[in-house]
Design a protein around this ligand. Structure first.
Ligand code: 5GP
Ligand code: ZN
Length: 115
């Protein structure tokens, strides 16, 4: 698991690495996924480092609420407010970056075949 010091997404938050920020609020930022799986594919992440969504929910529910609100804002801007919000949690579920992130997907009729 990444430590905050070498965490890719922490570096987007602190500006060490550049990414296209499409929205932000007090606790969360949103940026486009580098490998989009739908016309709208944005990642929403908390500014603070937590490994997964349960850790975030336990430690800072207000930040989780901000993150979900930001997901909806982006979807309202770009997909008429219709979207899927996914948190892959653990490698078996597809998590590859261990700074919690919600995938905001939309902009087309989405399929449903995760396995
Ligand atoms: P996970 O597999 O952990 O649920 O999602 C990680 C996501 O981060 C993937 O969808 C992947 O495309 C995205 N990603 C990985 N590296 C980068 C990067 O450098 N920039 C951006 N914008 N997205 C990235
Ligand atoms: Zn991080």
């Amino acid at each position: 698991m990444s430590l905050p010091a070498d965490c890719l997404f922490c570096q987007f938050v602190d500006g060490t690495l550049e990414t296209e920020i499409v929205g932000q609020n007090e606790h969360a930022i949103a940026f486009r996924d580098i490998n989009p799986q739908a016309p709208l594919h944005v990642l929403v992440i908390p500014r603070e480092h937590y490994a997964d969504v349960a850790a975030l929910a336990g430690a800072d529910p207000e930040a989780l609420a901000d993150l979900v609100g930001l997901a909806q804002e982006v979807a309202l801007d770009e997909a008429d407010g219709e979207y899927r919000l996914i948190f892959n949690s653990g490698p078996m579920a597809g998590q590859s970056v261990f700074h919690v992130h919600g995938h905001v997907l939309g902009g087309t009729k989405l399929g449903w075949s995760p396995a």
